[in-house]
Design a protein around this ligand. Structure first.
Ligand SMILES: *Cc1c(COP(=O)(O)O)cnc(C)c1O
Length: 814
């Protein structure tokens, strides 16, 4: 390790001015805020580059097993503060800018976050590359540099409208294009089989290709002098391809072809949990994993190592099924391009890949129609068929000719159209298969992949998700961070289990008081942010009750909304005295996939309820609903530190893990939650007294499902529920028009796939316990502090160490 580099405030100021002049071509006096932000970003970057170069040299000198994290999404969030923190430059930068009369906060707010992901899965990948760098694991993250990330959400008359996210237009100071490391990626065409001196071989004759140009983002470790690489691929039309058409004289066609090729990295599919099976999406998947696999093989060969060394030097972690097409790609390269025997290539693949499953919803399991896959990647389809044949032979050997079992386990599904089941391919090929929380991994073994866990019990393992404490505690919550550091030192930032040392402080009245003061200050900050950003404000002295995550029926934003409507209905009907209502602000943040009609109706309904409740004088000061648009990482960093109550209310057995739940607990919010995903582990750690549990557990859900769930029965049986639903149905939130939210109401009454009505009574009772607990502020604060002290387990550093122990069998560099 090199010694820590330091820079004086004066030198930093000079470097900043130099960048302003040299990179942006403006003087300080003439510069825009964006110029100043870019100059600052370049200055910070300079301090990371030397470390980055050293790190790459070190990894080159002593090649060791390298982790290649393959993910179609990275929801990175802003980079500036993260770079300043990692390189310990925050004070220097702020002093330097002060001396120049430049406002650091103004520059911070210039940065458009790279939103190259949809939600939890993409944010997990971003946390993992942070932890890999902080632990010092030789690793590289691979993905796609979408020109447009997740859409920017706005509301027009309460309804979601999507705007393109053009995050690159004002400059992208954090990435380095590496055109000299571009790869050529092919598509389409046909395969040929030929005789090579008595050996049967295959080759792919593709129809078209595209260049994959890497852009390297620096991933600095926290104060450890390490900087890793996040390599995101961008699609560029190939010259050869252009020339052929140009030469044919068809200029328009040439331009069209170029646009076609470059479309591949144009836009992130804004879907969460519901893949649509679109051709462009398969192109994206193959594009980035093929480029990544070739990148790794090129480096191995350049170092003079044989391909048989791959399992010793490379592991590919598949973040969900999106990168699974890397499996047949690696086999194709080994067999067709490097003349390796099938058995040897397959043996290598089986040791190089590991698969993380992220779901339990059947509709979220990716399948690709054989027609489409064969048209785009004909050789890969042949390879998948061969993998499947050999796999099904092995199944027969173990279980006999059990045709039902064989049909159920086949990588190829026959109905409704012949398709490749990507999760099965990943499970068969992967050396390990992990779920993302204990309960989820158990359900994978018992249900979703049950037949596979019988066949390969040793493959299945768990790695509970985590979040990076740097971004989600140290940076997002400077007040609480300062308080923690004062009490126990700053070792917790890179060793989060040390938060345990905070436990005794929960019983220290003066610490509780200071904790409460931090929370109150965070609420004021949030209020200021929301006034400026959305023109809304949170109630003074309110319990801040937050549900922020993608909008999905299984997450059950509807359940929380029914609680709001229940409170409202109680007051306006006169059954509840307004003075008995514990003042609350219900804060929602959620994007809906643009094609997910029910999710969009629910957003509309939340906003509609908000505009009625917020303007009804009968509720004045007691109940507010706020729904800031465009929930993203930057907003999460403001909202979470201000929350009192964290809503984690998915139907048990549906949320694989959740990571939002971890962020809230670490910031001292109490959870109201079901026994689902990582909530189970959070509750075990913080203790039942400091967690508001409600609802059916997974076995009860399964039992109700098989008994035949009738939501109408719950509606009939519960007067409070009936009044809330009737109020929505009456048009009270839609200017008397009953038709607007009729689809939402009907869905609840006649379908309710995620059993909102079945859990309603238990949820309302839990919210009553919340109200009662909140009335005793001292007790509440004690619980909140214990939540912080007991959830250090949920650091993504711990997740990465679990991956190292259970899956990768790799070691951090000394
Ligand atoms: C953490 C995070 C998520 C995931 O939230 P869940 O509650 O686990 O679904 C989604 N979006 C953003 C912006 C996040 O920061």
């Amino acid at each position: 390790m090199t010694e820590t580099r330091t820079v004086s405030t004066t030198d930093f100021a000079q470097q900043f001015l130099d960048h302003l002049v040299r990179d942006l071509g403006v003087s300080l006096a003439e510069s825009s805020a964006n110029d100043r932000y870019l100059a600052l970003a370049h200055t910070v970057r300079d301090h990371l580059i030397a470390r980055w170069i050293d790190d790459q040299a070190a990894q080159h000198e002593t090649p060791s097993k390298t982790v290649h994290y393959l993910s179609a999404e990275y929801l990175l969030g802003r980079q500036l503060d993260n770079g300043l923190l990692a390189a310990d430059l925050a004070e220097t930068a702020s002093g330097a800018l002060d001396s120049l009369g430049v406002d650091l906060d103004e520059l911070r707010s210039q940065e458009v976050e790279p939103g190259l992901g949809n939600g939890g899965l993409g944010r997990l990948a971003a946390c993992f590359v942070d932890s890999l760098a902080t632990i010092g694991v030789p690793s590289i993250g691979y993905g796609i540099r979408y020109e447009y990330g997740i859409f920017r959400q706005t509301f027009i008359e309460g309804q979601q409208v999507e705007q393109p996210d053009s995050w690159l237009t004002l400059g992208s100071p954090w990435d380095f294009p590496r055109p000299e490391l571009a790869q050529t990626i092919s598509f389409g065409g046909a395969t040929e089989h030929y005789d090579d001196e008595g050996v049967r071989r295959s080759r792919w004759i593709p129809a078209w290709n595209v260049r994959a140009v890497p852009h390297d983002f620096l991933v600095p470790g926290y104060r450890n002098e390490r900087v890793n690489t996040l390599r995101l691929w961008s699609a560029v039309a190939t010259q050869a391809f252009d020339l052929r058409i140009f030469n044919s004289g068809d200029y328009e066609e040439a331009v069209r072809a170029q646009t076609y090729a470059e479309n591949i990295s144009k836009v992130l599919y804004p879907e969460d949990s519901t893949p649509q099976g679109k051709e462009l999406r398969l192109q994206q998947q193959y594009f980035f994993v093929a480029a990544s696999v070739h990148d790794v093989i090129d480096r191995l060969l350049a170092d003079g190592r044989p391909l048989s060394d791959l399992p010793h030097l490379a592991i590919f972690q598949l973040n969900d099924t999106h990168p699974v097409i890397a499996v047949p790609e690696l086999i194709r390269v080994l067999t067709d391009e490097h003349a390796m025997e099938w058995d040897a290539a397959w043996a290598i693949a089986r040791r190089c890949f590991a698969y993380t499953c992220h779901t339990l919803l059947p509709e979220a399991l990716e399948v690709w129609p054989v027609d489409l896959l064969g048209r785009l990647l004909p050789r890969h389809l042949e390879i998948i068929y061969r993998i499947n044949e050999e796999f099904l032979d092995a199944v027969r050997e173990q279980f006999g000719d059990d045709e039902l079992r064989i049909r159920n386990m086949s990588i190829i599904a026959e109905h409704p159209v012949r398709s490749v089941r990507m999760a099965y391919l990943a499970t068969v090929a992967g050396s390990r298969v992990n779920g993302v929380a204990e309960l989820h991994s158990q359900l994978l073994r018992d249900k979703v992949l049950h037949d596979f866990s019988e066949l390969f019990p040793e493959k299945f393992t768990n790695v509970t998700n985590g979040v990076t404490p740097r971004r989600f505690l140290r940076l997002a919550n400077p007040g609480l961070s300062g308080l923690i550091t004062e009490a126990i030192g700053d070792g917790w930032v890179a060793d989060l289990e040390r938060l345990r040392e905070l436990e005794p402080y929960a019983d220290d009245a003066s610490f509780r008081e200071r904790f409460a003061a931090v929370k109150a200050a965070n609420k004021r900050t949030l209020d200021a942010v929301l006034r400026e950003r959305d023109g809304v404000h949170v109630g003074d002295g309110h319990l801040i009750d937050v549900m922020v995550k993608r909008l999905h029926e299984y997450k059950r934003q509807m359940l929380k909304l029914l609680h709001v409507v229940t409170t409202y209905e109680g007051v306006i009907s006169g059954r509840v005295a307004v003075s008995d209502v514990v003042p609350r602000t219900a804060l929602f943040g959620a994007k809906a996939a643009p094609g997910y009609a029910m999710a969009k109706r629910i957003i509309h309904l939340i906003n509609a309820v908000g505009s009625v409740v917020n303007t009804d004088p009968r509720l004045e000061g007691r109940l507010k609903v706020v729904f800031p648009a465009n929930y993203n990482v930057t907003l999460a960093e403001r909202v979470i530190p201000a929350a009192d109550l964290s809503e984690q209310i998915s139907l048990a057995g549906k949320e694989a893990s959740g990571t939002g739940n971890m962020k809230f607990a670490l910031n001292g919010a109490l959870t109201i939650g079901t026994d689902d995903g990582a909530n189970v582990e959070i509750r075990e750690l913080v203790g039942d007294d400091h967690f508001f549990l409600f609802g059916m557990a997974e076995p009860e859900v399964a039992a109700l499902e098989s008994a035949g769930y009738r939501p109408g029965d719950f509606y009939q049986a519960d007067a409070g529920l009936r009044r809330a639903i009737d109020l929505i149905a009456s048009g009270a939130f839609s200017g008397g028009d009953r038709s607007v939210f009729e689809p939402v109401v009907s869905n609840l009454l006649y379908e309710d796939r995620f059993m909102v009505l079945a859990d309603y009574a238990s949820y309302i009772a839990a919210q009553e316990r919340v109200d009662a607990a909140y009335a005793d502020q001292d007790r509440w604060n004690r619980s909140a502090i214990l939540n912080v002290a007991r959830t250090g387990y949920f650091s993504s550093d711990r997740s990465i160490r679990d991956y190292l122990d259970r899956i990768w069998h790799a070691e951090p560099l000394a």
